[in-house]
Design a protein around this ligand. Structure first.
Ligand code: SF4
Length: 487
């Protein structure tokens, strides 16, 4: 192995302020797991949950890149966040984000960060080439994600475009289900509430920047694989984005507004963008968005918002609070429905009028949920109950386990391990050739790539492993998943 990886992991213990640098796992383990979710599980499993809380100080928050992150491969921006899930504590939570944070972490010389312990007070971590620092963050605690990014970049100085900040907002600080980690304004990791785990560590942000380049073991083969990849993307081998239709078409009324693409590192798909709202109550406001309408217009649609500007501003508000609009928005939408059907009254909502379309009431409820005040206290408890119900649901679906893992799931998981965005995935063979050429695995191909996907799925299913079980040894206990997949 001579490329693709920077070869180093940063382990930061916020309780003792101990910072240590470790080498990546040995080459054969790495080839079995590749990157992102695979090695992320390897590090998560080093600290078993053992009946504790996912927000326990001793449990890790892992941020992991893949071998393509930060390379010239298309949309090579992916980083994965892993922790024990707030929604389903017996399961590992795996979330992805894009933007620039992953590539900049690699340019600082690291493939991943394992955060453990809890700061005595709010802190933030700076990884600036070889310089690593834990700084006080009292002045940042309580700020939204937009302002946190801006202030940290200003404190660090230099070109703000060359620094990336992953941070939590008030939602993560309050350790709410749905707490997200946001980075580079338009991007964020939400599945499993990693922002709440980060908040439990009193960790407000991690800022990264550097000047190193990712080594490529076989540049000629890598360039050939990337050229083929780009050609296949140009041929439209796979459409980008979810393309889901919504009941309310928000795009028609805002078609004249200025849209500025905000693509992630080395991405031509450009599903992230800013919109300058020019009409309605939010005229003059610029909202930052990423593709995938479910987490944006979905939350607005559920509470009856029809105005495009209000929908976009509401989505931006959830992002600024560092809250997943699908999780918190669902509970708020249920409250709106109860109000509309007369099951709750203004007396119970503390005077809030939850008629459909009242975006101001949604924003006030989010604020109340966060501080645990007013009717928000009731909703916060429902949010936790929903998380517990989801946890029971996960336990039920986990048994009995599926005898077979479909090729599509293996393919999807394989892609989650590479460091490239799923939206840019074209074919298993092409992406696996790019990974092989980057790392120096000359005989790495599609079949082995799918085996990696199957192996990581098997490891994910093995919740609450016995102490000492490794991710690799899990595959031996799951022959159906680790067997060579059918083409
Ligand atoms: S497709 Fe979207 S999420 Fe993926 S890398 Fe490009 S801008 Fe980022």
């Amino acid at each position: 192995m001579s490329g693709g990886y920077m070869g180093r992991i940063l382990r930061a213990d916020l309780g003792s302020h101990l910072l240590s640098v470790e080498r990546l796992p040995e080459p054969e383990v790495l080839r079995g797991l590749v990157g992102g979710t695979g090695p992320g599980l390897y590090y998560l499993r080093q600290s078993p949950l053992e009946g504790g809380s996912p927000t326990g100080a001793e449990l890790p928050l892992v941020l992991m890149t893949g071998p393509l992150t930060g390379t010239l491969a298309p949309s090579s921006s992916d980083y994965t966040v892993l922790c024990y899930s707030l929604e389903a504590p017996t399961a590992a939570a795996v979330a992805h984000s894009h933007g620039f944070w992953g590539p900049y972490l690699k340019s600082a010389g690291f493939d991943g960060i394992v955060v453990q312990g809890r700061g005595n007070g709010p802190v933030y971590l700076v990884v600036d080439n070889g310089r690593i620092e834990i700084r006080g963050a009292d002045h940042l605690w309580g700020l939204d994600t937009r302002e946190t990014e801006r202030l940290i970049k200003s404190e660090l100085g230099g070109d703000p475009e060359k620094t990336s900040v992953a941070c939590i907002g008030p939602g993560g600080e309050a350790m709410l289900p749905g707490g997200m980690i946001k980075n580079d304004r338009n991007h964020g990791a939400g599945r499993g509430s990693p922002g709440a785990v980060m908040g439990a560590k009193n960790l407000k942000a991690i800022a990264v920047r550097g000047s190193k380049t990712v080594p490529i073991a076989n540049p000629i083969a890598f360039q050939a694989a990337v050229a083929r990849w780009e050609k296949e993307m140009g041929e439209g081998r796979r459409p980008a984005g979810s393309g889901k239709a919504r009941a309310v078409d928000y795009s028609r009324s805002c078609s004249g507004w200025r849209v500025t693409p905000r693509p992630s590192y080395n991405c031509r798909i450009e599903c992230a963008y800013d919109v300058d709202i020019t009409e309605g109550p939010f005229a003059g406001f610029t909202t930052s968005i990423k593709g995938g309408a479910d987490n944006l217009e979905g939350a607005a649609e559920m509470v009856g918002i029809r105005d495009s500007g209000e929908a976009l501003a509401l989505g931006d508000f959830y992002d600024a609070m560092g809250l997943d609009s699908r999780v918190v928005g669902g509970v708020i939408a249920a409250a709106f429905e109860s109000y509309e059907e007369g099951r709750i009254t203004e007396e119970e909502t503390g005077g809030l009028v939850l008629t459909l379309g009242n975006y101001a009431a949604v924003m006030e409820l989010v604020r109340q949920v966060r501080v645990g005040g007013g009717f928000g206290r009731v909703l916060a408890s429902q949010l936790s109950q929903t998380a517990r119900n989801d946890a029971e649901g996960v336990g039920r679906v986990a048994e009995p386990r599926e005898p077979e893992v479909s090729r599509d799931r293996q393919r999807r998981m394989w892609n989650d391990c590479t460091g490239a965005c799923w939206f840019a995935e074209v074919s298993v063979e092409t992406v696996s050739r790019a990974v092989g050429a980057a790392v120096g695995w000359d005989d790495f191909g599609g079949d082995e790539a799918l085996q990696v996907g199957a192996r990581v799925i098997a490891a994910l299913r093995s919740t609450l492993p016995e102490k000492g079980t490794t991710v690799i040894s899990d595959t031996k206990a799951s022959p159906s998943s680790s067997a060579a997949p059918s083409a």
